[in-house]
Design a protein around this ligand. Structure first.
Ligand SMILES: Nc1nc2c(ncn2[C@@H]2O[C@H](COP(=O)(O)OP(=O)(O)O)[C@@H](O)[C@H]2O)c(=O)[nH]1
Ligand SMILES: [Mg+2]
Length: 306
């Protein structure tokens, strides 16, 4: 399956649950009236687009109708798609690792897909001929270190770890030193993800970030924080993101498990309500299912007919 086919396939549930409903709102009527906007509002909110973002979108569409003198609902659907694309415009999808050493700290709650995402990114850069290293910074969850080790072995990438229960910041410190000494291009640091409501976790993440920042600045390495969010958790993902962002200043998100939800509208909410760029989206469990986020491609895949 090609790249675009995987994307379309992964978005099947959202196409069926959300896009088809939206399309029928525009195709089922002959004129643009309040009813149309009310129905659209309902469908958008149901699809996890978020209340604030939904209102913004509806206002924009109403402006479009006036300014462009649109009378046909079907024509308005094209405006709807292009407003979505505009709202989703990123600075860039994917990463731009161009320092000697790039450090990616990966955060998110348990089960969001951190370890899987780390493995996929590691595999991708290894394939490009880059030297990659992993740091087992989830020292809290039983088995997390071993899980990362297994990925490391499978990918042929070294993993820096200490025993379970050890200080995550110490693991991060070791990893940065080791990566620097070994001429690593990309160091990816896994972190713990027990519930974000536990202030302990946020304090631990802050400490890990402080140590990484300090060590990185001494050797001119670049640090980025990637927040992994499970799309199936809906609006919950938004409140998680706010907390993580307050704690460690998130540079980008990876939105996983879009294949598991009919409410793909969460993509729009994440971008619009948090103003954090979406770097990657996950549409399945295979390595090829983690893709750089491209808003135009995404909207086209959503609204494509086949
Ligand atoms: N369907 C689907 N499953 C995913 C995706 N990303 C991750 N997963 C699964 O989610 C589960 C939890 O992932 P894991 O990486 O261990 O999460 P962590 O606790 O954040 O490290 C695993 O079973 C993964 O295979 C995705 O995009 N789609
Ligand atoms: Mg994990």
């Amino acid at each position: 399956m090609g790249f675009l086919e995987r994307l379309k396939d992964g978005l099947k549930k959202t196409k069926e649950g959300f896009v088809n409903k939206v399309s029928s709102i525009f195709t089922a009527r002959t004129n643009i009236d309040d009813d149309l906007f009310e129905e659209l509002e309902e469908v958008l909110i149901q699809a996890d687009v978020g209340v604030k973002t939904t209102f913004t979108l509806i206002e924009k569409l109403k402006d479009d109708v006036e300014e462009e003198e649109i009378t046909e609902p079907e024509e308005l659907m094209h405006y709807f798609q292009s407003e979505l694309k505009t709202m989703l415009q990123n600075d860039e999808g994917g990463f731009n690792f161009n320092h000697d050493l790039n450090i990616l700290m990966v955060v998110g709650v348990n089960g969001a897909g951190k370890t899987t995402t780390i493995a996929k990114i590691a595999g991708r850069y290894k394939e490009k001929g880059k030297k990659v290293m992993l740091a087992a910074g989830d020292t809290f969850r039983a088995g997390a270190i071993e899980q990362l080790q297994i990925w490391g072995d499978r990918l042929g990438v070294s993993v820096i770890s200490q025993q379970e229960g050890s200080d995550a910041a110490a693991v991060a410190y070791d990893a940065v030193q080791s990566a620097h000494a070994k001429g690593i291009d990309l160091l990816i640091v896994d972190t713990a993800g027990r519930l974000h409501t536990q202030t302990n976790l946020m304090e631990e993440l802050k400490k890990v970030k402080r140590v990484i920042d300090r060590e990185a600045s001494a050797i001119n390495a670049e640090v980025e924080v990637l927040l992994v969010l499970d799309a199936t958790t809906g609006q919950n993902a938004i409140s998680q993101a706010k907390l993580f962002n307050e704690a460690v200043a998130v540079d980008g998100t990876a939105l996983t498990k879009l294949d598991g939800t009919a409410k793909g509208g969460i993509v729009i909410a994440v971008k619009n309500e948090l103003d954090i760029p979406i770097k990657l989206i996950g549409v399945g469990e295979a390595a090829e299912d983690l893709q750089n986020f491209d808003p135009d491609e995404f909207i086209e895949a959503l609204f494509s007919e086949e």
